[in-house]
Design a protein around this ligand. Structure first.
Ligand SMILES: C[S@@+](CC[C@H](N)C(=O)[O-])C[C@H]1O[C@@H](n2cnc3c(N)ncnc32)[C@H](O)[C@@H]1O
Length: 249
């Protein structure tokens, strides 16, 4: 499935709105990649994370499985917020099933009233849903990670997805990952962490939005933030990928 509704370039997205709705840029004392990133990723790479699966995530996954059709491509919108991006993805990929997951009941309660028929939203922790998909050998064709929380304090490195112990499983899950952020350091660290796990990413690029894909993308673009994206190409599925998949408890 091709996906490229963007104009790439070095120019920042153009501001177009009043200061009232302007959002603040990510502020961090970090001026470059975290000095402990590599050591942390290597540690996570060497030992499979066995953290417990939240019961709510397990229930959501059971619902997902009940409606899952393996004949259709799966597009995952992780940390989908209100599901506005999932709805857009559903319209962009009518031939696929689009699944949005977010842990916030509050955000999901504000989902669009009329979702396209190929879109389903679930309340679950992404780190659980990914491991459950992996254990079932279900691989998304495309995986969107749009504006994950940046956790900009250096002490919060372990909360960024690439610093989280689930990161090697996120890469094993595969599919073509599309990461977007308004913090260049986040995107650069993600790419470096993937590289530490032996996975090459595209170069990080700055891009301008023609049509924002998500509410945060719109908010940041409207506020004149520079937006960054990178992709992790889909690797061929290896039997090893699911072999060591946890039988999560
Ligand atoms: C900055 S918002 C971005 C929302 C949306 N992707 C967008 O671009 O508009 C980050 C979202 O990640 C969700 N989130 C954070 N940690 C999560 C986790 N562990 N599992 C699932 N969702 C999570 C939050 O609830 C929030 O909706």
């Amino acid at each position: 499935m091709a996906f490229d509704p963007l104009v790439e370039g070095s120019s920042p997205s153009r501001p177009s709105i009043s200061s009232a709705s302007r959002s603040r840029r990510v502020h961090s004392s970090q001026t470059g990649p975290h000095p402990r990133l590599e050591a942390l990723v290597q540690r996570h790479r060497l030992s499979r994370w066995q953290g417990p699966i939240h019961p709510g995530s397990r229930a959501a996954f059971a619902d997902f499985l009940a409606g899952y059709c393996c004949d259709r491509s799966l597009v995952l919108d992780s940390c989908c917020g209100t599901g506005v991006s999932s709805a857009q993805l559903g319209r962009l990929f009518p031939e696929a099933d689009v699944v949005g997951i977010d842990q916030s009941r509050h955000r999901l309660a504000r989902a669009p009233n009329q979702l396209p028929g190929n879109v389903r939203l679930f309340r679950a922790r992404a780190q659980d849903f990914w491991r459950l998909l992996l254990a079932e050998k279900i691989r998304p064709e495309l995986h969107f990670l749009l504006y994950p929380n940046p956790w900009p304090k250096p002490a919060q490195l372990g909360r960024r997805w690439h610093g989280h112990p689930v990161f090697p499983d996120l890469l094993r899950l595969g599919g073509r990952i599309e990461l977007r952020s308004n913090w260049a350091i986040y995107t650069g660290e993600f790419s470096h962490a993937a590289h530490c796990c032996g996975v090459a990413t595209s170069a990080m690029v700055s891009f301008s939005c023609i049509k924002p894909l998500s509410p945060f993308e719109k908010k940041y673009a409207d506020s004149g933030h520079e937006l960054f994206r990178l992709t992790v190409p889909a690797a061929p599925w290896s039997s090893k990928d699911s072999q060591r998949a946890p039988n999560p408890t």
